[in-house]
Design a protein around this ligand. Structure first.
Ligand code: SF4
Length: 418
């Protein structure tokens, strides 16, 4: 019988990884995946609840899923399932809610076996996409940033066993995936039998094979000297993402972030001292309660000093159940939008400056399709649209040298080396 399912994933790389896990196991049980949007026997929505916006999106997708699912068989999982505060009301009865810890149950639930947890003893999904494989190493967070819902939906930090990760990494490297992306909630807190993140990275890059390793978001306090030393290895992508959130010590204290501006800039200085070509990205929250013109200017100044290659900017979104949700001094929406625009403009400038340094050089890229365009993604996270489309692209090889011809505010253009 041709049983079909679809899965809609929102949020972070960890959610992407877990969707790959669910899809991998469903396929092993004989289910066929169809694109979300097509009718299916089972529709899964893997939700995110990090901001109001993500809640709103999830509600819409859950309603859409109820329409797409034959016999209304819908499974809602992910972080929204942990905090039903933003859940859509009057959902049809056939919608099942599965918490993060139960995600492994979904395939057996799909087959009607309530409790059987699929455990092939080797929890290592193949990626949904061929060019980039997310590798879960850690989950949860022990921090208590005053605005953040994550610890209450993802729980305390837990690290995946070193041996299991190494076996999964060997499988991915052997499968021909060009890029392995380490993922978790606070990967810098990885700890297993006395090994930390640097030990794990060192272990993974010792695996033979033609692939590269991307280290994703890491808290400022977890950027160790040993980890930075490993960035000299050609297998490690010249890219690091270190959330700043604000450049004002007063606002950082109200956010309960465990560092100050000077420490943050010193951390960026240590990264640049290792290799000035490393792409440094960050997250910044604009409009946090109590943020005024002066403290926002400090954020802009910090962005200028850090010279980020990109900034993910978020407008403050009060999450019920977090301390920041009841803080006084709400920033008016118009003010937040005006500041966000100034930050985007500044970040566009520092990003352009960074990209322009590579114009005329050949960068080793993984080629991905973005809509109708082909885009080369370099290790230092430049996304280069290929002017000539497929011309010169050897579909057989997984890496391609791409010459960066131009870098403008709206993006980069390049062509494959032939
Ligand atoms: S470190 Fe802070 S922002 Fe990050 S997940 Fe933990 S509590 Fe949230």
């Amino acid at each position: 019988m041709d049983r079909t399912f679809s899965i809609k994933t929102l949020g972070c790389k960890l959610n992407q990884y877990e969707s790959a896990l669910i899809a991998d196991r469903m396929a092993k049980r004989g289910w066929r995946i169809v694109p979300f949007g097509e009718p299916a026997d089972l529709v899964i929505v893997n939700t995110c609840t990090v901001t109001d916006k993500s809640d709103k999106k999830c509600r819409n997708y859950i309603r859409q899923a109820s329409r797409l699912a034959r016999e209304g068989r819908v499974v809602v999982t992910g972080c929204m399932a942990e905090s039903p505060a933003g859940f859509p009301e009057n959902l049809p009865g056939s919608v099942r809610v599965v918490k993060n810890s139960g995600k492994g149950l979904i395939p057996s639930m799909a087959d009607g076996a309530e409790s059987a947890l699929d455990n092939d003893g080797f929890d290592s999904p193949m990626p949904l996409y061929r060019t980039r494989a997310y590798l879960k190493i850690q989950d949860g967070c022990g921090g208590n940033c005053s605005y953040c819902i994550v610890p209450s939906v993802r729980g305390l930090p837990s690290s995946r066993p070193y041996g299991e990760i190494m076996e999964h990494a060997r499988m991915l490297a052997g499968s021909g995936v060009p890029e392995i992306v380490l993922t978790g909630i606070t990967i810098g807190k990885y700890a297993d039998s006395g090994r930390d993140l640097a030990d794990l990275v060192e272990g993974i890059i010792s695996i033979p094979g033609d692939y590269r390793l991307r280290i994703t978001s890491i808290e400022p306090g977890d950027v160790s000297g040993r980890l930075l030393d490993l960035y000299s290895d050609a297998k490690i992508c010249r890219h690091i993402h270190v959330p700043l959130q604000s450049g004002s010590d007063r606002v950082l204290a109200a956010m309960n972030r465990p560092y100050g501006r000077d420490f943050y800039l010193e951390t960026i200085g240590r990264i640049r001292a290792r290799n000035r070509d490393i792409a440094v990205g960050t997250d910044i929250i604009v409009g946090f309660p109590g943020e005024d013109g002066a403290s926002f200017s400090e954020t802009l100044e910090t962005v200028g000093l850090a010279g980020f290659s990109y900034v993910h900017q978020f407008s403050f979104s009060p999450r019920s159940g977090t301390p920041a949700a009841s803080l006084a001094g709400t920033t008016p929406r118009a003010e937040t939008e005006e500041r966000s625009k100034r930050l985007r403009d500044l970040a566009a400038g520092t990003g352009l400056e960074y990209r322009r340094r590579f114009v005329g050089t050949a960068l080793r890229c993984v080629i991905e399709r973005k809509g109708r365009a082909l885009v080369g993604v370099s290790d230092n996270y430049l996304k280069i649209r290929l002017a000539g489309g497929r011309t010169g692209i050897d579909p057989g090889s997984k890496f391609h040298d791409v010459i960066l011809d131009s870098a403008e505010k709206n993006g980069c253009l390049g062509r494959p080396v032939v």
